[in-house]
Design a protein around this ligand. Structure first.
Ligand SMILES: Cc1cc2nc3c(=O)[nH]c(=O)nc-3n(C[C@H](O)[C@H](O)[C@H](O)COP(=O)(O)O)c2cc1C
Length: 172
């Protein structure tokens, strides 16, 4: 299903105790979503299962963040990211996401899962500014060059703070 939802400026805010959970196959197709996921995203179970996780992708998210996510989990690492998601009615909701691979006994990746918590507000303000700059950089170049363009902004940001992505994400 193609995501043709029009975003609107209406925020849904997670509660402290909310956990938004999902699982996917190796290609990012959803195999599980919990009740809280369905509540925020506004989709019924049968609208989510077997669909790509990008069904909740928000256009304000820089592509470089999803590259970091996939590069990490495909190499058996867990990745944390601030992710703005798009609900079916066009609302948005910010999450602090942990995405990780599920390994079988031989160490092969069999699926991916994610747990999203309520993000810290002060961190979000910084993230929104950074993501905005990354997105602007993506829009200035062709689609082919867009990930490199926004990754360069992120890398400059990290370099100025003498941080790598993993330390930055926990300290911001
Ligand atoms: C377990 C798992 C959870 C994911 N959760 C989200 C999510 O909440 N929001 C999102 O936009 N992308 C999520 N993704 C990434 C999507 O698969 C996809 O890479 C992203 O939406 C960018 O889509 P695009 O490449 O079509 O632009 C997740 C991927 C995995 C494997």
């Amino acid at each position: 299903m193609k995501n043709n939802v029009t975003p609107r400026n209406h925020e849904l805010v997670m509660a402290d105790e909310d956990l938004i959970l999902s699982k996917t196959d190796l290609t990012g197709r959803m195999t599980y979503a919990n009740e809280i996921f369905k509540k925020f995203a506004g989709y019924k179970e049968d609208e989510l299962l077997n669909e790509q996780h990008s069904i909740v992708r928000h256009p304000d998210m820089p592509r470089a963040i999803f590259k970091i996510l996939w590069d990490g989990i495909k190499t058996k690492r867990e990745v944390y990211a601030y992710v703005k998601n798009l609900a079916k009615d066009g609302s948005y909701y910010w999450t602090f996401a942990n995405v990780a691979p599920d390994l079988d006994l031989d160490g092969n990746i069999v699926s991916y899962f994610s747990v999203r918590r309520k993000p810290d507000r002060a961190s979000l303000e910084k993230i929104e500014t950074l993501y905005h700059e990354m997105l602007q950089a993506e829009k200035k170049v062709s689609r082919r060059d867009s990930i490199d363009a926004s990754m360069a902004i992120l890398n400059d940001y990290l370099k100025a703070r003498n941080a790598d992505y993993d330390s930055f994400i926990h300290e911001i």
